[in-house]
Design a protein around this ligand. Structure first.
Ligand code: NAD
Ligand code: UGA
Length: 451
């Protein structure tokens, strides 16, 4: 029986391993993490992350061939294949602070793997990493005399939160990069066999290690760039009475452009887009390529502008003062169908509203626990209220910041009746029926539509 160990039981490690275990009953999958609380939660039906469909997949395999544990060393020792799926956040200190990847967690894993391994292993980079990280890892793994052989592969993850289970069940592609040596190709085929259990062979792409590592950063950069591009156009739409939804539809029908990722918004959030683009910027700079670095940096600059622009729209339309006004924030997660609030645009919006001395009431169906941890410094100015009707009661404005489906289904007449007048509604996701809201009496503002 092949034994897999995954180090890191987070948003990627948990769902990815649950899917492998579900699809491959003859593979034993041990997910290990140093975070005891997380591991304990994976063993219950109250999983540590909210992801539609995840519990069903976990329950099918848990206790059969899927196990969660804090015993990292034992997991490593027993495994034939080790996925490393730890966090790789942006560095906050020293050289490259605010841009480079902080690789300390990943290197600690490599050192631990080397320390405790007594048999040959395939090491799979699941985390998103700077191109050529595998080279550094191989040096750490093979330093000194160690009879154990480690073959490093890159197998970046492309799942999106909220659709992780669909993405894992039926991915556009799986990417595996390995060395073009005999042992490299053998390891690559071993991993490809596992995925081939449920994924058609033609969707399993194989490349050299560096192409695979770089493809992950590039994919995220291209996706985020589309959002920033349409958001840049949304600002021009507001100035010209063009409608960004119509523009997106019109350009998206061109098969060379395609319709996806053209939804104008308050900006992209999530733990990865910004971090990965900044990492790409840092890499370009490190290789002496300032023009490519500046090109990609603009994607993040544009996103910051879009978030700030939204708050300015609120302030200017509410008579340039929101001090002591009650503002109901509908949605704090960085997108719908997740409880994840990492880098959510809502954080910046709330901070900027708070700097104008607004009273903020945050509502979200799944992200309340995480939201409460995001802005401890604003504890005095923020209330949390899960019920959107209660959050909006007596408010001067509602700001829709996450595209939760249920926000499209609320009784807005009831909300309007309970609010201060004029009642403002700022739709940061362009998801509501603006004409109907206008008819009710709301002062409605959206992204990328003339006022
Ligand atoms: P996460 O923070 O949710 O999970 C990482 C886990 O690793 C944590 O639970 C942490 O306790 C654990 N960990 C850290 N150091 C450890 C160590 N030395 N030993 C054992 N456990 C350790 O992160 P995530 O969102 O799952 O992201 C993981 C990686 O995957 C990142 O590189 C990210 O860029 C990438 N990625 C994330 C997504 C996503 O949707 N979140 C998608 C694709 C790729
Ligand atoms: C993204 C990528 O889509 C995944 O392929 C990748 O694996 C992952 O990052 C990662 O590396 O972490 P994710 O961040 O979970 O996935 O979610 P997305 O659906 O990409 O949305 C990201 C942000 O962009 C959200 O805030 C979303 O609301 C926003 N967005 C997306 C828009 O504003 N407009 C769009 O048209 C699409």
């Amino acid at each position: 029986m092949t034994k897999i160990c995954c180090i890191g039981a987070g948003y990627v490690g948990g769902p990815t391993m649950a899917m492998i275990a579900k699809q491959c009953p003859d593979v034993q999958v041990n997910v290990v993490d140093i975070n005891e609380k997380r591991i304990a939660a994976w063993q219950t039906d109250d999983l540590p992350i909210f992801e539609p469909g995840l519990l069903g997949v976990v329950k099918e395999a848990r206790g059969r061939n899927l196990f969660f544990s804090t015993d990292v060393d034992q997991g490593i020792r027993d495994a034939d294949i080790i996925f490393v799926s730890v966090n790789t956040p942006t560095k906050t200190f020293g050289e490259g602070a605010g841009c480079a990847s902080d690789l300390q967690y990943w290197e600690l894993c490599a050192r631990r793997i080397k320390e405790v391994s007594i048999s040959d292993k395939i090491i799979v980079e699941k985390s998103t990493l700077p191109v050529r990280t595998a080279e550094a890892m191989e040096r750490v793994l093979h330093a000194g005399d160690n009879p154990v052989h480690f073959e490093v592969l890159s197998n970046p993850e492309f799942l999106a939160e909220g659709t992780a289970i669909e993405d894992l069940e039926c991915p556009d592609r799986v990417l595996i990069g390995g060395h073009e040596t005999e042992t490299g190709q053998k390891a690559l085929q071993t991993l490809a066999e596992i995925y081939a259990t449920w994924i058609p062979r033609e969707r399993i792409l194989t490349t050299n290690l560096w192409s695979s590592e770089l493809s992950k950063l590039t994919a995220n950069a291209f996706l985020a760039q589309r959002v920033s591009s349409i958001n840049a156009i949304s600002a021009l739409c507001e100035a010209t009475e063009a409608d960004v939804g119509e523009v997106a539809h019109a350009i998206g029908t061109d098969s060379r452009i395609g319709p996806k990722f053209l939804k104008a918004s308050i900006g992209f959030g999530g733990s990865c887009f910004k971090k990965d683009i900044l990492n790409l910027v840092y890499l370009c700079e490190s290789y002496g390529l300032p023009e490519p670095a500046n090109y990609w940096r603009q994607v993040v600059t544009m996103n910051d502008y879009q978030e700030t622009r939204f708050v300015k729209t609120m302030l200017h339309n509410m008579f340039n003062t929101i001090a002591n006004k009650r503002i109901a924030v509908f949605g704090f997660a960085f997108k719908a169908d997740t409880g994840d609030t990492r880098e959510s645009p809502a954080i910046k919006v709330c901070r900027e509203l708070a700097s104008e001395h607004a009273t903020i009431v945050v509502s979200d169906p799944e992200a309340m626990d995480n939201a409460k941890l995001e802005m401890p410094e604003l504890a005095d100015q923020i209330e949390f209220e899960e019920d959107p009707y209660k959050a909006a009661f007596g408010a001067h404005a509602v700001a829709v910041l996450t595209d939760w489906k249920q926000y499209g289904e609320l009784d807005y007449q009831r909300i309007y009746d309970s609010m201060q007048k004029p009642a403002f509604l700022f739709d940061g996701r362009n998801m509501l029926d603006h004409n109907a809201l206008f008819e009710m009496g709301f002062e409605v503002y959206s992204i990328g539509k003339g006022l």
